[in-house]
Design a protein around this ligand. Sequence first.
Ligand SMILES: C[S@@+](CC[C@H](N)C(=O)[O-])C[C@H]1O[C@@H](n2cnc3c(N)ncnc32)[C@H](O)[C@@H]1O
Length: 166
Amino acid sequence: MPPAQIDGAAGAPDTGLPVFETTAEERGLVQRQLGRCILRLQQYEMQSNYRRYYFDKKTAVADARHIERMGAFVCAYLRYVQLPVRCVLDIGCGVGQWQAIIAKHFPQASYQGVEFSEYLCERCGWERASVVDYRSKKPFDLVICQGVLACLSPMDLNRPCATSAH
Ligand SMILES: C[S@@+](CC[C@H](N)C(=O)[O-])C[C@H]1O[C@@H](n2cnc3c(N)ncnc32)[C@H](O)[C@@H]1O
C-alpha cells in the first residue's frame, strides 16, 4: 500500500511539495541507503582522481623531487630528535609515497599503509580502514597522516585526533 500523503508536518516550512508520513524505520532505511550511495560516489571519485593525478603519466601532478626533498627534511628531523623509527603507520597513505622515503632513510623500519579507497587497497595492497575510527593492535614509532584531514567532513574531523592518541 502506498504511504499516506498528508498536507504538511507540524512546524515544517511549507515548501509546496507533498509530505509523506513515514515511520522511523523507513527513514532509517532511506538514510542508510543514501549513505551507501554517497560512499559509492566518493569511492568512484577517488578512483578517477587517482587515475588522473597519479597513475596517468600525461595528467599526473605528483612532483617526485618535491616528495624526495620533503622526505629528506622530515627524516633528518627525526634523526635529530633521536626518534627510533622501527615501525611506521601511514594512514590515508594514497599511493604510498612515504613508503619509498622511509625505506631510503630508515631501511630497517617496517611500513604499514592504511587507506579508505577500495581502489587503492586493491591496487597497492593496503589495509582498508578509515582514519576516523582506525584502531591498531600494536603501537607505532611514527604515524604519518599527510593530506588526509582535508578530506574529512567537519563532524569526523574531531575524531582522528582521539584515534592517533591511542
Ligand atoms: C591528498 S591524498 C594524500 C595521500 C598520501 N597521504 C600522500 O601524502 O601522498 C588523501 C588520501 O586520504 C585518503 N582518505 C580520505 N579519507 C580517508 C579516511 N577517512 N581514512 C583514510 N584515508 C582517507 C584518500 O583516499 C587519499 O588517498
